[in-house]
Design a binder for this molecule. Structure first.
Ligand SMILES: [Cu+2]
Length: 522
């Protein structure tokens, strides 16, 4: 639930008038947004890319900054001085070396959503934070079999993630390689669409939260209602990223049908054509768009609500597809789709049940199996090499958005009904009063370590709907389970000596990295 002032929210609000004012004014201002002139043509995000050695060097400077959204000045927490965060480009087998320069007066950290990289040491660990006016270092080594497509980075700082991401502390990552999977697409125009939801407060400063149900400004690459140019018949490849904290986008392109070739940077195993693109918080898709007859075609997001106890998002126009010029030949996929194992054919090592539940008496408290997040406790221990079946139940009157770090899963059932296999995912919503069944492959040795699964509606994540999983070598399983209440075998920061004798040595740097085949044992 969002947009309502829950019990816990009201108490600090009474102690802190500035904070209280922020919410009231956000609600007020949300209804007084003045029309702004539209931006021009859609621009590509600025980007950090890699050299011949495959290394992408990145510095993200997080600071309170006055930025422009459309023609509206706004003071927020953003990276590198812009509401439109830079794109980080990499490739399978590449390396991202990143410095997080925190010039804010508050803690922050980073998560690299969806990436199949190590959670250990200076990798993708959300258990490491960077203090105010400190720097943090991250080195991500992408296996040669890393799946290509759109990913994203964002603050995962517990209890501050919703606010920091809403303010702008999130941005896109693109892993090249889709053209290797579909060589016939080489030469088509590739574009990035980074979606955000902006709500201006009366003070012109970062709001504590978005007031759902009230008008807000949806931007693409920081632009408001840009024109997206195409020629009739032209094929373009669009990577669409939802980097907002809580927002659901239910997108339509004036009834035109598009081909989805990747969901959450997992290439589809067959042709998927649709006229609706639903992107929950954290979701990404890659689509092929064909230029229609000359004319203007609105790209819209329809009204959406997440259930009786949930949030309501009004419809909005995101931009306009402008088709003009000479008709050019359409490019189609003619070759085979890359295949990944259908995990329904793989033996299941364990069955687990997780209940994602709202607290009955507090709008800001959320549970998984009756417990709130505790970074010092491990909730689930898994043996490396196992494929597990997880059934996620949602007894709440609003949906929840499941995500697990470090790996992808296969959705097999929604509300108990089998679903078609079109490829893996890294997030999926659990319907209100419903369930989702997943097959989760803990098979890639790169995931050894400790990471989290959670609801990706960040208000819920900050409210406790998150748990810790440790993936260990089978020989360490009994010991790891014993250590669950103490934070597991990987310790606080995942760099302890014990770890080096249990996890990291399983990754043989001289051996060829494993292909991304979750069905095969490591
Ligand atoms: Cu949730």
């Amino acid at each position: 639930m969002m947009g309502s002032v829950g019990k816990r929210r009201l108490v600090p609000a009474l102690k802190d008038w500035g904070w209280c004012l922020g919410i009231v004014l956000a609600a007020f201002a949300a209804n007084t947004i003045v029309a702004m002139p539209a931006d021009d043509d859609l621009r590509e995000p600025r980007q950090f890319t890699y050299g011949a050695d495959g290394v992408t060097n990145v510095t993200l400077t997080a600071a309170e900054t006055k930025v422009m959204v459309g023609d509206t000045p706004y003071t927020s927490l953003v990276y590198n001085g812009s509401y439109d965060a830079p794109l980080i480009r990499s490739r399978p087998g590449g390396t991202i070396r990143l410095t997080l320069d925190n010039r804010m007066d508050e803690m922050t950290n980073l998560h690299f959503h969806g990436m199949q990289v190590s959670p250990l040491d200076d990798g993708d660990s959300i258990f490491r934070d960077t203090g105010p006016h400190q720097t943090g270092q991250y080195v991500l080594t992408l296996p040669p079999g890393h799946s290509p497509g759109p990913y994203w980075y964002h603050s995962h700082f517990h209890k501050g993630a919703e606010r920091q991401v809403s303010g702008g502390l999130s941005g896109p990552i693109l892993v090249d390689g889709l053209f290797d999977q579909f060589p016939e697409l080489r030469g088509v125009r590739e574009r990035n669409f980074v979606l955000r939801n902006f709500q201006k407060t009366f003070t012109g400063r970062l709001a504590s939260e978005i007031v759902t149900g009230s008008p807000s400004i949806r931007t693409i690459n920081g632009q408001r209602e840009p024109d997206i140019r195409i020629q009739p018949g032209e094929t373009q490849l669009w990577h669409i990223y939802n980097v907002d904290a809580n927002q659901y986008f239910r997108m339509h392109l004036a009834g035109l049908r598009v081909q989805v070739i990747s969901q959450d940077a997992d290439t589809t195993v067959k042709e998927v054509v649709t006229d609706e693109m639903l992107l929950g918080p954290s979701a990404r898709i890659s689509i092929l768009v064909t230029g229609p007859a000359p004319g203007r075609y609105p790209l819209t997001t329809s009204a959406a609500n997440t259930g009786p106890a949930g949030d309501t998002y009004p419809a909005a126009t995101l931009g306009t597809l402008v088709s003009s010029g000479d008709t050019v030949p359409t490019v189609r996929i003619t070759g085979a789709y890359p295949q990944v194992p259908d995990l329904r054919r793989v033996p299941v090592a364990a069955h687990r049940r997780y209940v994602f539940q709202d607290a009955e008496d507090d709008a800001n408290t959320f549970y998984i199996n009756g417990r709130r997040f505790d970074p010092g406790r491990v909730d689930t221990t898994v043996k490396l090499g196992d494929v597990e079946e997880w059934t996620l139940f949602n007894p709440s009157q609003e949906l929840h958005q499941f995500h697990i770090h470090q790996l992808d899963f296969q959705v097999t059932k929604i509300n108990g009904k089998p679903v078609d296999f079109i490829g893996y995912r890294d997030n999926v919503f659990i319907p209100a009063l419903g369930s989702i069944t997943l097959l989760v492959p803990f098979t890639d040795p790169v995931i050894l370590g400790k990471f989290v699964y959670h609801c990706h509606i960040m208000e819920h994540e900050d409210g406790g709907m998150m748990q810790v999983v440790q993936v260990v070598r089978p020989a360490d399983y009994a010991q790891a389970v014993k250590l669950e209440p103490l934070g597991g075998i990987y310790g606080d920061n995942q760099t302890c000596a014990y770890l080096r004798n249990t996890g990291r040595d399983a990754i043989d740097a001289t051996a060829p990295a494993p292909a991304r085949t979750p069905g095969s044992p490591p």
